[in-house]
Design a protein around this ligand. Structure first.
Ligand code: GDP
Length: 426
């Protein structure tokens, strides 16, 4: 059976921690979309890790980790991440890199940066890791698959075709130097050797695992709000962040996905451009304090180090985010972070042009939305590491139950700290 672990919001909900936890009793963990442009923070017996491209099951010898065909594969980053974890004492992981995955190329990274520069003040706040140009090329069918690395004539030919177009773009639109086709080709052959031992038929592997009744976790990157179709377009990412896309990016049959575990934080956090609508944002000193106290080391991007914007729990966005994911249950993380507050607000509606709604709108309407809050009492105590839900203070349980009523999906897992077993299962 397949369980998807996906984000209900803007990303950084704590999916890595939940994946690492559930991997204890699973067999396979698959990354099915996105690239190395976001990170998952995992804290376990080996230390603290920020994984960008490796699946979060790599700490277990019993797990086979798969980088699925839907991923934007930056081979260089993969190779250095493998070196980094083994350097910290983690045994070499069981890893399959899909031969159908496509390669994130150096010119994708350049193009991403050049485009942000061209846009200036209108930029999207891209992480400049090449994701948008990568997926554009994939759908324009000029991408290069991992399998192409092993057919040198084909690789040369495909690379030539794409570089021809990139160089016209780079020189004439961005006024930048042409890329060195021969240099890229040689570098690809070098990197090929690094990933060669891991490359395989991930599609066949996943289907065989299902026939053997193995448990497969799909590990999502980012969250519903960042989906290019159902999120806050165009302030989204360029791959689908929804569990449903696991059927493509991990090649699992739609009927095999039995659980969709939607992860959401007990407050909101959002990375990206300041111009992005973030209705329940907390600004000023109160926001700074929550940012300092959030996550395991404050709310700063695991990949970029950028400060994340923070806000009150947004029930409108989260209810919608869970709906479009098809959530069967919710994992609520970072409850411990809120223990310092006297009162906690929850955004339960948006006021748009004088009308209050609890339905998540399209981007133009979202731009002008104002939050409608209710205020709940805080619990003023440290619940970090509490594993018995019933032992939580009454106001903390009241908060969880209030959110559950708003979202309309059972909150079955409450995370009370960054460590693997800081968890209260309901
Ligand atoms: P992901 O991309 O969804 O995996 O999320 P990130 O790893 O980018 O961000 C989540 C942050 O919250 C990380 O710093 C985690 O260590 C931290 N975290 C996860 N669960 C909890 C929790 O229950 N309490 C606290 N304090 N931090 C948590």
């Amino acid at each position: 059976m397949v369980k998807a672990i996906v984000g209900a919001n803007w990303g950084d909900e704590g999916k890595g921690k939940i994946t690492d936890l559930l991997a204890e009793s699973s067999d396979v963990v698959v990354r099915f979309q996105g690239g190395a442009n976001a990170g998952h923070t995992i804290i376990n017996n080996y230390g603290r890790f920020a994984l960008h491209i490796l699946p979060s099951g790599i700490f277990y010898p019993h797990i086979t980790n798969v980088i699925g065909n839907g991923v934007a594969l930056d081979v260089d980053k993969l190779a250095s991440e493998l070196d980094a974890i083994t350097g910290q004492g983690v045994p070499t992981p069981n890893l399959i890199v899909s031969e159908r995955a496509q390669l994130l190329m150096p010119y994708h990274v350049l193009q991403d940066g050049y485009e942000e520069e061209r846009l200036g003040g209108r930029a999207f706040g891209s992480t400049k890791s090449g994701i948008a140009p990568f997926y554009s090329d994939k759908y324009a069918k000029t991408g290069i698959q991992v399998c192409d690395l092993f057919d040198e004539a084909r690789l040369k030919d495909r690379l030539h075709q794409v570089v021809e177009v990139k160089n016209i773009l780079f020189e004439h639109l961005y006024h930048k130097p042409a890329v060195d086709e021969e240099g890229i080709y040689r570098e690809l052959l070098r990197l090929r050797e690094k990933i060669h031992p891991y490359v395989g038929d991930a599609v066949g592997f996943v289907h065989q695992a299902l026939r053997e009744r193995k448990t497969i976790l799909l590990e999502g990157q980012l969250g519903s709000m960042k989906d290019p179709d159902l999120g806050i377009f165009p302030m989204t990412t360029s791959s689908h962040t929804l569990a449903g896309f696991g059927c493509v990016g991990a090649a699992v049959p739609p009927t095999a996905i039995e659980e969709v575990i939607c992860v959401t934080k007990a407050y909101s956090s959002c990375v990206g451009s300041d111009t992005e609508p973030f209705v329940s944002e907390i600004i000023g000193e109160a926001g700074d304090e929550l940012r300092r106290r959030g996550g395991d080391k404050g709310e700063f991007g695991a990949t970029t180090g950028r400060p994340r914007r923070v806000g009150w729990f947004d029930a409108v966005a989260t209810k919608y985010g869970c709906m479009v994911q098809g959530a069967t249950q919710v994992a609520l993380t970072c409850l411990d972070v809120l223990g310092y507050l006297d009162e906690i607000r929850v955004c339960v509606g948006y006021e748009i042009s004088g009308v209050i709604t609890d339905q998540f709108p399209t981007t133009p309407k979202l731009m002008g939305a104002k939050p409608v809050f209710v205020t709940l009492p805080g619990w003023k105590s440290d619940v970090r590491g509490v594993t018995d839900y019933q032992a939580l203070p009454a106001n903390a349980k009241g908060y969880v139950e209030f959110l559950e009523g708003q979202i309309g999906v059972p909150i079955k897992i409450v995370s009370t700290g960054p460590k693997r077993h800081d968890i209260a299962v309901r």
